[in-house]
Design a protein around this ligand. Structure first.
Ligand code: AMP
Ligand code: MG
Length: 396
């Protein structure tokens, strides 16, 4: 059976970021840049006043001097006439500084009387002037390929006059949930049936990883229905089918993949929970068959599906993403598979997260999952780990 790392390498093998598309800046937050985004203007775009006050020639200023008030410039206006020596022009914060002026006398340091202004002190050139281009020059790269458009970057691009950016296309993930026993979320209980949760989790996780999810809903465990759904679902970048990948008489997913021409890359991984994970490809579409047990589905999605989505959307590091912590008590892998132990995560006295595995461990233990904060990872081959051992933590 292949290991988690081998499985992940097979999933990511040859996988390239999706092609670029131009999107309005307002829709670009969180996307990954495909082509450099350049500042369209200098920042500031022109010499601006940093204060409400008077534009002056610094050389004219000294206590006891009086400067003739020659008009004014409000924010958004432009003064064309040169500021004559011995004069001052009223300016508001952000206004363009008239040609000839080289300093701003802030209102608090001036006395205005009878059409003239008296500075209370001498100014040096540049006082309270925001120089054109002091922050950035037009053409500067504000976001490079592979950069994620954080909100601060988006804000900066808006200031720099950028209206559209070239980002990697969002991967499309088609989702099919199988199981005749599944009840919709919140439905009244029925004998022999359980509430569906995998579809919801995959949607939430995929959404967070930037995918566009096309949800094909829940289908019953019938051969024809499964083949039809898989055939319909093979249109995007990734197809995820939940449940039905084992070898029971009601498991139709693998035969359906085969009938639809999906080539198997691997089936079964040395992981707990999640061993029955199936992965294959048809053309450029990646196909995942998730084990139906909810904890298996969560772990396999976090470990295999999300890295594929991140790679497709252009992220430099596809993950999977772990935090670091330590075991609060001794624990280890079970069945010598890399084991994800449902754990309470509590900060220790030094702030490091301590993982306390819950007593109930099992791929169906959704109640224990609700009482936990994540998973501590005990790698296959590590044997029993003592309390205090450093471990990876998976938090979803
Ligand atoms: P399967 O992989 O289809 O054999 O399912 C394994 C176990 O997970 C069974 O007990 C199913 O009832 C359960 N299961 C399958 N799909 C889901 C789902 N979407 N939500 C919750 N439990 C599920
Ligand atoms: Mg099933």
């Amino acid at each position: 059976m292949i290991t988690v790392d081998e499985g992940l390498a097979l999933v990511l093998d040859g996988l390239l970021p999706l092609g670029p598309e131009r999107v309005p800046l307002a829709d670009a937050a969180g996307r990954v840049v495909a082509e450099p985004a350049l500042a369209a203007v200098d920042l500031p775009p022109f010499d601006r006043s940093a204060m409400d006050g008077y534009a002056v020639r610094a050389a004219d200023t000294a206590p006891g001097i009086s400067l003739r008030l020659a008009g004014g410039v409000a924010a958004g206006e432009v003064a064309v006439a040169e500021l004559e020596p011995g004069t001052a022009a009223r300016v508001s914060t952000g206004a363009a500084i008239p040609p000839g002026a080289d300093a701003i006398l802030q209102s608090e340091l001036a006395e205005e009387r009878d059409g003239s202004v008296a500075p209370t002190r001498a100014l040096t050139p540049g006082t309270h002037v925001r120089r054109r281009g002091e922050d950035l020059t037009a053409g500067a790269v504000l976001a490079a390929p592979g950069d994620r458009l954080t909100l601060t970057r988006v804000s900066s691009l808006a200031s720099a006059g950028v209206g559209e950016v070239s980002v990697h296309r969002r991967p499309r993930l088609d989702l099919i949930v199988t199981g005749s026993e599944l009840l919709p979320i919140g439905a009244p209980p029925e004998p022999g049936r359980i509430h569906e949760s995998n579809g919801l989790m995959v949607r939430l996780l995929a959404d967070r990883a930037g995918a566009r999810v096309v949800d094909h809903g829940v289908i019953g465990d019938e051969r024809e229905t499964t083949v039809a759904a898989v055939s319909e679902g093979l249109q995007g970048d990734v197809l995820v089918v939940s449940g039905g990948v084992s070898v029971g008489p009601h498991d139709h997913v693998k035969p359906a993949f085969e009938a639809c021409g999906v080539d198997e890359v691997f089936w079964r991984v040395r992981i707990k929970p999640g061993k029955p994970l199936w992965f294959g490809r048809r053309g450029t579409t990646l196909v995942f068959g998730l084990p139906g047990n909810p904890l298996s589905a969560i772990v396999c999605t976090a470990l295999f599906v999300l890295p594929a989505l991140r790679r497709l959307r252009g992220e430099a590091d596809p993950g999977p993403r772990f935090d670091r912590g330590r075991l609060g008590e001794a624990a280890g892998p079970s069945d010598d598979r890399t084991t994800f132990l449902i754990s309470k995560l509590v900060p220790g006295a030094d702030g490091v997260l301590e993982a306390w595995p819950t007593e109930r461990q099992g791929s169906h233990m959704t109640g224990a999952l609700g009482e936990s904060d994540g998973f501590a990872v005990a790698h296959h081959g590590s044997g029993s780990l003592p309390a205090g051992a450093e471990v990876d933590l998976l938090r979803v």
